[in-house]
Ligand binder design. Structure first.
Ligand SMILES: [Zn+2]
Length: 439
């Protein structure tokens, strides 16, 4: 039946059909091929855009993808009062629909569109509006200011968010500081310059293969954040964007997962989230880990700002296979790094109550780990504000992941300034926790 509807074309009569919300030119509603319809355009009818025998796209505030513009431009309707807009059977010499014509047409369908190369986009595990956004993006037709200016719809191409560069697609979605902050938090590592060798199409397709839905969802959320500024004059804070990315990702996983695997997914009724520090205070999460089979021990931790933005991290292997020892070592290394980095207000979270108590109360010189406890207490006595707090294990997932990396490493201390890719999802989850609590 789908094929049969392809045999029909839309014929403009009085032009009263909604430009955006009725199917006509592409047999899809045009509102589905743009991220959103500008408020000024919502009541536009075909006859508003077809003026004096010409398509007047300047009438519209919403930017149409080039291929849609081309498809519309190829049509030359003749507006006739009192004649409704209708669908007509386009494969009949008689001009009206006969079953025989439909049958003949079905046997020899003309290819409507070359969808073969684009199939992967429609197969992405993403909602249709994000798929369309990706499709538009690869056609380089999302309405950034450089594109609008080129089409003489806008008289400036200056980036509305940073005012520091021309807003082309690359700047808007990748290099604008607002966008860069989001990418930094996702932990995705990629090189935009490597796209210069490959074409845009291949580059995006590969990014999708490597990073999955997260990559496209992040692009979409960055784009929506940009539109919030342009249309609502509202700047979304980074952790709100991260919360949206994480929610969408969870939504897509749930929506596109085969039913049987949904049933086996364990449900965790209790949600414990990472606690953000106050502004001006950095958050240090630390953890120790013993890995049974190889009997190796490690510690790790990370420093984040009040937005959940990763500042630095560390991990290392311990030569003493004791959970208490590695928990203490995690605190010691973490605090040293904070001090050396110049942070003077620190909230340190550990999920080891035992080590927190030892640090708070002190130990005798005969304690097995007296050296470590003493060293930590000496550090704490310096001129800075440090609070050491207990967190549940669930709120300490990033540090736990780094501690496991530590246990598997062959170095006693590795400092990192960008999060390892394994941490992306956990950082996202923490940022989501913040957004959720504050909203
Ligand atoms: Zn910018």
């Amino acid at each position: 039946m789908q094929r049969l509807t392809d045999g029909f074309t839309f014929k403009v009569g009085n032009g009263e059909t909604s430009f955006w919300y009725d199917p006509w030119i592409l047999k899809e509603k045009l509102c589905t091929v743009v991220p959103y319809v500008a408020i000024q355009d919502t009541s536009a009818r075909i006859k508003d855009v077809w003026v004096d025998g010409k398509w007047n796209f300047n009438f519209l505030y919403t930017n149409l993808p080039d291929n849609v513009v081309n498809a519309i431009t190829a049509t030359h309707p003749r507006i006739v009062q009192n004649l409704p807009d209708v669908w007509t059977w386009s494969n009949s010499s008689s001009g009206i629909y006969f079953v025989k014509d439909a049958y003949n047409w079905l046997l020899n369908p003309a290819p409507l569109n070359d969808h073969v190369n684009w199939k992967w986009i429609w197969q992405l595990n993403l909602p249709a509006n994000i798929q369309f956004f990706v499709w538009q993006l690869i056609h380089e037709s999302i309405p950034v200011r450089a594109v609008l200016q080129h089409r003489r719809v806008c008289n400036t191409d200056v980036c509305p968010r940073c005012a520091g560069a021309s807003e082309n697609i690359d700047h808007c979605l990748f290099s604008c500081p607002d966008a860069a902050r989001v990418w930094n938090l996702t932990g995705l590592v990629f090189n935009r310059n490597s796209s210069q060798g490959a074409d845009t199409f291949t580059w995006y397709k590969n990014m999708g293969k490597i990073h999955g839905s997260l990559f496209f969802i992040a692009l979409w959320v960055i784009w929506c954040g940009r539109n919030e500024i342009v249309f609502n004059n509202h700047r979304e804070i980074t952790h709100t964007s991260m919360g949206k990315i994480y929610s969408l990702l969870k939504y897509c996983e749930a929506a596109f997962m085969p039913p049987h695997s949904v049933a086996t997914t364990p449900v965790n009724p209790r949600l414990v989230s990472w606690s953000p520090p106050m502004e001006g205070t950095v958050c240090l999460n630390v953890d120790g880990s013993l890995i049974g089979a190889t009997s190796s021990a490690g510690y790790g931790g990370l420093i984040r700002d009040h937005n959940g933005v990763f500042i630095s991290g560390f991990y290392g292997a311990a030569n003493v296979r004791s959970i208490l020892f590695v928990e203490l070592m995690a605190v010691l290394h973490g605090l040293h790094i904070c001090w050396d980095s110049g942070f003077r207000r620190v909230t340190c979270y550990s999920d080891s109550l035992q080590s927190i108590n030892l640090i708070r109360d002190g130990v005798s010189a005969h304690h097995r780990f007296a050296n470590e406890v003493f060293s930590i207490r000496q550090l704490l006595a310096r001129d800075w504000e440090v609070a050491i707090k207990h967190t549940l294990r669930e709120g300490n997932a990033c540090a736990d992941a780094l501690a496991k990396m530590g246990a598997l490493s062959d170095s006693s201390l590795v400092k990192i300034s960008t999060p390892p890719s394994d941490l992306s999802m956990l950082l996202l989850a923490d940022a989501q926790g913040i957004g959720f609590i504050r909203e």
